[in-house]
Every structure is written in structure tokens, then in C-alpha cells.
Design a protein. Structure first.
Length: 186
């Protein structure tokens, strides 16, 4: 009997520590924080483990933003791991969750369009990528206004896309728009 108690005393700290390491009993916020940390450190496999746990918790919860964030995080990790098919499915789901919860023209929806555009860019679906980047820009324009400097990041993303796809005419149009916004003319 004493051997069993002794063994149990040795085993409990190991079990407790391993549950912390592997994310058991962590809140969604804690899991998401670990996802972000490992993602920033480019430790994508570790980030994926915590992202899957965060997604599982988010699916059980009531927050559409947590669900969409978890889906998006796992999608972006899968993109870095070269799992583009999985990334596309997850990102489309995140986009749908945000559209249903917040409306088609919510600023958070624009972020999902941009992320989906990146995935399409990586798999060389250029027409789909362009459509996503343009949709994001339209939402930003609607939210901030077409003459707001707040839309410059979306314009820059679209400009980079046109540069990479060697569409110099559209790239030039975007560059001129950015210049007009940064100099205050329009």
C-alpha cells in the first residue's frame, strides 16, 4: 500500500506538469496566447497543437469571434506548414462565421478575405486571390472611406499582389492612389 501511495505522489506532479505543457485545462485565451507565441517564434508544429485545442474549445463556446480567430489561426499555421487545402477550408469557415455573426461588410470580415487571398496566392489561384484582396479593400473603403489613410495597408497588399503577378497597369493605379492618400491629394 505504501508503495502505491509513494508511486502516486511521484506521478501526480508529472501528470500536473504534463497537462500544463500540453494545454489541458487551459482557457481559450491561454491557448490562443500560446498559439501566438509559437507562431511568432515560427514553431508552427507546436503552434498547431495549441491551435487545435483552442479551436476545440471555441467550437464548444458561444463566441463567434473566438471561433473565427481559432479557425483563422489554424489556417495560417497550416499555410506555413504547406497544408494549403486544410488552410483554405478553415479560412472559408472563419470567413463564414464572421459574415454570419458580424455582417458582410464588417472590418473583421475584411481580414478573413485577406487571409483567404494569401492562401489562394500561394496555391497560384490568382483570379481568386485578386477577388479576395479586392473584396477586403472594398470593405475597408466602406468602413473608413475611400480617401482615408486607413485603407493604405489594403491598397499596399493589392499593389504587391499586382507586382508579383506582373500586372504593371493595375500596380501603377494602386501606387498612384497610395501616393495621393499619403500626400493628401485626391
Amino acid at each position: 500500500m505504501n508503495k502505491c501511495i509513494f508511486s502516486l505522489c511521484l506521478l501526480l506532479p508529472v501528470l500536473f506538469f504534463s497537462s500544463l505543457v500540453y494545454g489541458a485545462d487551459l482557457s481559450w485565451e491561454d491557448l490562443n496566447s500560446r498559439v501566438t507565441g509559437y507562431y511568432q517564434e515560427q514553431k508552427f508544429s507546436k503552434a498547431a497543437d495549441f491551435a487545435e485545442q483552442a479551436l476545440e474549445l471555441a467550437r464548444k463556446g458561444k463566441s463567434p469571434e473566438q471561433l473565427a480567430t481559432s479557425l483563422n489561426n489554424l489556417a495560417m499555421i497550416n499555410t506555413h506548414l504547406g497544408k494549403f487545402g486544410e488552410a483554405e477550408i478553415l479560412n472559408k469557415e472563419a470567413l463564414g462565421v464572421r459574415q454570419n455573426a458580424f455582417g458582410l461588410n464588417d472590418i473583421r470580415v475584411a481580414g478573413s478575405w485577406n487571409n483567404l487571398g494569401l492562401i489562394y496566392f500561394f496555391v497560384k489561384k490568382m483570379a481568386d486571390a485578386e477577388q479576395c484582396f479586392v473584396e477586403a479593400l472594398h470593405i475597408y473603403e466602406e468602413h473608413y472611406g475611400k480617401t482615408s489613410q486607413e485603407i493604405i495597408p489594403a491598397l499596399e497588399k493589392l499593389g504587391k499582389f499586382y507586382k508579383k503577378t506582373e500586372n504593371s497597369h493595375k500596380e501603377e493605379e494602386i501606387t498612384e492612389r497610395i501616393q495621393a492618400l499619403t500626400t493628401g491629394a485626391e
